[in-house]
Structures are given as structure tokens and as C-alpha cells.
Design a protein around this ligand. Sequence first.
Ligand code: AMP
Length: 413
Amino acid sequence: MKVLVIGGGAREHALCRALSLDPDVTELFCAPGNAGIAQIARTHPVDPLDGTAVADLAVALGAEFVIVGPEAPLVAGVSDAVRGRGIPVFGPSGEAARLEGSKAFAKDVMAAAGVPTARSYLCTDAAEAAEALDAFGAPYVVKDDGLAAGKGVVVTADLQVALDHAASCDRVVIEEYLDGPEVSLFAVTDGVTVVPLQPAQDFKRAYDGDEGPNTGGMGAYSPLPWADPKLVDEVLETVLQPTVDELRRRGTPFSGLLYAGLAITARGVRVIEFNARFGDPETQVVLARLKTPLNGFLYAAATGCLADFPGLRWREGAAVTVVIAAEGYPESPRGGDPVTGLAEAEAEDGTAYVLHAGTRADADGTVLSAGGRVLSVTATGKDIPQARERAYAATARIGLKGSHHRGDIAAKL
Ligand code: AMP
């Protein structure tokens, strides 16, 4: 099968890597891709937000299957444009992707489906916001209603900071603070059947000890040795299946990847947010352990055949990924610096490898930084400590001027 992946981050590199290992995939394309993806797929420039351009490219390449990685193209309706040309797509329609694109829509779906989540108010002006903040008290949680690339959520003990963030957004969701460890659980669905993957944990803050600003994610590990073994079944029953059923009932079936961001609170599991696509960097560690060939699995979801798909198979052990970010990330990342040590970081036995995010190759093939998150160094091992040690050993071989990474990914279990 000829497969086209849309996107160009480490998530898409992880997807392309898994697809390139699937014997069903005869040709792999990625648009726009990055310098690492270009080593395993043919990359093409495209504006990922332009549905017509993406659909035209898919047709021109003879793609038989398109997988959309990031949220912004999904919310912009890129899946609909490609499906309109008769090509199966892994990724929800623009309507269904509102589950991620609008926090208020997600809250409405959860209320209708009886899914446990934080109590919340939708506020459209400063007076409403002030009232809601007062009702919940500190710590304050203020969420921009729309997509904001991981930067729309402010959690703060400072009332003025919370009020200022609310004032800077059009519409905000203000909600109760959820206390407890966070879990990311992905599920693949065709709109009816829901197949959960293995849980992961990511690290959102920029610096060690969960200090500093929120980022797109600085590292992840999977599985979660501390989690209740019944967690996945419980979330399937109380969160994932009811949400998929509710969206189908509304006439906007959700097919693709449903990502539940969860807090394990003293009062039970609560949804922090839904995403409509694979999470980055959790995908890097979840796919590192998935033994089932990826293409057939995602294609079954895209074509409504998940009920007949055999149970997933997983590798033993664990995976850890460490994100190397450019100087200045997340506020104002600098780009254009050479990245060294990429080959030296890879383990010959495949237990450590480097996934690219913001990179590009210059005319003579030198890899240069070209984004906030530059690399996602991923390793597997018999358990988390071994995977972690390998990931950090590989990270230490990479050179990028001014770059930073967290030293405490998967350190405390
Ligand atoms: P989101 O973009 O919704 O994932 O939010 C980003 C991060 O903000 C989450 O990963 C949490 O760490 C934090 N957060 C969001 N909502 C809440 C909440 N209700 N209570 C506590 N932390 C939250």
C-alpha cells in the first residue's frame, strides 16, 4: 500500500518509522516531513492546513491511505477534503475534531455522555471569568476555548495571572483544579469499536521538577508501573466508549485517534482534555512497544473494520523518550544551528534511536535545528530504568548549541 503521512514532527517520525517496518507498506510519503523523516520516506512540501493541496498531493502520489498527524489540519477539515477524493483517511472529520478544537464542545459532549471531568464554566467576559475564578478558588485553571498549540492553558495560584489570561482570550473555560498524577491514554476507533493502546505519561513543563512554562511536551515513558492494572478497562468503559457513542449519536462519528488526558484524583479518574490525534511525545514511547504492524491497524480504523481486527500485541519492557529543545524554547526558540552526534546516538541493536522534530537538512546534507522541539531521543529496555539510562546515554552524544532537555524524565515512578 502507498501511504501518505501529513505532518513533520517527532510524532510523524515515530509514525513513519513504524509504518516503514510494516511489510504492507510498499511506498511511504510524508508531507512536509523533516530531515529525519526524509531518510525513511519520500518527503514533499505542502501546507498541511490546506485541504485541497493535501488532497491534490495524495491523488498525484497515488496514495491509497492518508494518515493525518497534527491537530490543526484535522480541525481545518483536511481529512474531509481527502475523503472527498475517495481515499481512506486515518483522522477525524473537522466536525468531530472539535473535541480537541473547542474545550467548550468537549465539555458539552462529556456532560451528555456522563464522562467524569472537572466541573467548569464557559465564560465570555471579564465579569463572568472573575465570578468563576472566585467560585473555584486557587489553584486557578483557565483554558482558551480554541486551539493554542499547548499554550492555551494557564494553571496558577495567582488570581491576577488567571484574570489576565482570561482577558486575553475570546472565550475561556474555567474549571476546578484536578489534583493527582496525569495519564495519557490513546485509543484507535472507527467510530463504533474502540481499541485502547497502552498508557503513557508525559512531562509538560520545560524544566526539571515540573518547573517553568508549559510546553508541547519534554519527554514521556510507557508503560506506567504504578498505575492500576484495571485503569485501561475502566477508562474504556467510563470515558472512551461513551464519548465515541455520543459523537456517533450526534451524527458526527469520530474515527481516528482519541486521546484522553486524565488525572487520577482521590475521587477517581477525571478527564483533563481530549485530543483528536496521537500525542507528541507519548506516541514515540507507545509505538516503540507496539508489535502489531501499524498500517493494517490504522487502515482497519479508517475503513470501519476494527471489530474484526485481532487483539494488539506488545513488546515486553518499557520505552522512554527525552526531548531536546532549542535554546529559548518555548518562548522564542532559535533555529539554524547544526546538530551533531545523530549517528553516534543510535544503538546498533535498535534499542536507542533519534526521532526528528524541528530539523531540516541544508544543501550539503548537514542537519540544522528548525523548530522549538528539535529531537526526541527514544530508547527501549527491559524496564524503565534501563530504557531511561539508554535514552540519556544517547542524548549525551547529541550536540546542539544552547539546547536544553529535562534530566528527570521517568526518574520518579
Ligand atoms: P491541556 O492543554 O488541557 O492538556 O492542559 C495542559 C496541562 O495543564 C495539563 O497537562 C495539566 O497539567 C494542566 N491542567 C489542565 N487542566 C487542569 C485541571 N483542571 N486541573 C489541574 N491541571 C490541569
